[in-house]
Design a protein around this ligand. Structure first.
Ligand code: OGA
Ligand code: NI
Length: 355
């Protein structure tokens, strides 16, 4: 679930798998993928390699000796970037490696086999491409599978792959691991914001965790396509696992696109609109996108983390003071998602949340 604004979710148009397209070894990409509507993808990439996404160490947040300093770093990262890499997050390398392997094996299955878990009309869940609503729409160089993972009742067994054989078991474990990171992180973010932590953490304990696995095949004209169109995520935050060492994720920082260089064992934390609202605009949900490579495929596993459906999303009470009035309405997560999926024509989603 991204910040892309769906227009009519009941008629997602089936489009070819880019993995299949890539296997044809074309010299040029079909026109539906050519982003003539955007400036050249390559020319907008920052050449300034000195600018790096912040790095946050969870063990330093936990250790009383270093907590204060690391909390300040976290707070600054959320305010200035809205995205950072998290290390020593407490989830074992084994769990990450395992999910990575299962995802790779899934995308490596023959096309016909993957189709067993294809999206059904009107649903975003399953294997396919998201939000294709018109024949004219430009397409991303991306195949994906999107699955609701937590709470367990939200799982849809019809589209949870049974092949590769260990996929389900791995995703079950992985989603619980991501929840553990989300809850821990929420506590530290709330501490950084100096707002009440208990209710918020409980809401993430009982939250929604939805996982999107992205596959970006090599592309004959990477400078002309997007792997994923620029967007802002809508949950509390997204936890992104880069599955290899090919960079692809970029974040827009002060008008320039900066690569998030993959770091083995790290999880990329990307703020979504819910955190922006909760912090009354202090933490920014950044615009980001994915670019692709000419010779290398790339995979990512993105967990969208939401507080429980009944949780009220609005600017935290402690942040509302004289001179800083609430900028956003307060609505339940359920209502918030309802607004997202039934957008008003020509009104950007976030504007419908503003006071
Ligand atoms: C997403 C996303 C980026 C990536 O799935 O919302 O931003 O690098 N993915 O795959
Ligand atoms: Ni995203």
């Amino acid at each position: 679930m991204m910040g892309l604004e769906p227009k009519n979710l009941h008629s997602s148009i089936p489009v070819p798998s880019v993995q299949e397209l890539a296997s044809l070894q074309l010299e040029a990409v079909p026109s539906r993928y050519m982003r003539d509507d955007m400036e050249s993808i390559i020319s907008t990439v920052a050449s300034d390699n000195t600018l790096r996404v912040p790095l946050i160490d969870m063990t330093k947040l936990v250790d009383p000796e270093s907590q204060e300093t690391e909390l300040q770093k976290l707070h600054a990262a959320c305010k200035e970037w809205g995205i950072f890499q998290l290390i020593n997050h407490g989830v074992s390398d084994e769990s990450l490696r395992n999910m990575n392997k299962q995802t790779q094996e899934f995308f490596d299955l023959p096309s016909k086999e993957k189709q067993r878990w294809a999206q059904k009309p009107g649903s975003l869940e399953g294997y396919g491409q998201a939000f294709v609503t018109s024949e004219e729409q430009k397409l991303d160089w991306n195949d994906m599978i999107f699955l609701k993972a937590l709470p367990i009742e939200d799982r849809n067994p019809e589209i949870w792959p049974e092949n590769p054989p260990k996929f389900r078991e791995s995703l079950d474990r992985y989603s619980q691991d991501m929840r553990q990171i989300a809850v821990a992180l929420t506590r530290f973010m709330a501490m950084g914001l100096e707002i009440e932590t208990r209710e918020l953490c409980a809401a993430y304990e009982e939250g929604l965790y939805q996982i999107r696995m992205n596959y970006y095949p090599p592309c004959p004209q990477p400078e002309r396509v997007t792997g994923l169109t620029p967007h802002v995520d809508i949950p509390g935050f997204a936890l992104l696992l880069d599955c290899g060492d090919t960079p692809g994720l970029q974040v827009l920082k002060d008008g320039r696109w900066i690569f998030v260089e993959p770091l083995d064992g790290a999880v990329v934390v990307d703020m979504g609109r819910i955190t922006e609202i909760l912090s009354n605009g202090l933490y920014k949900a950044p615009e980001h996108r994915a670019v692709v490579s000419k010779s290398k495929e790339r995979r990512s596993i993105v967990t969208f983390c939401y507080p429980a459906l009944s949780f009220k999303v609005g600017p935290a009470m402690e942040l509302i003071k004289l001179g800083s009035p609430p900028l956003y309405k307060t609505v339940t997560v359920e209502e918030y998602l309802g607004c997202f999926f039934n957008p008003k024509p020509d009104v950007p989603f976030i504007d419908t949340m503003k006071i």
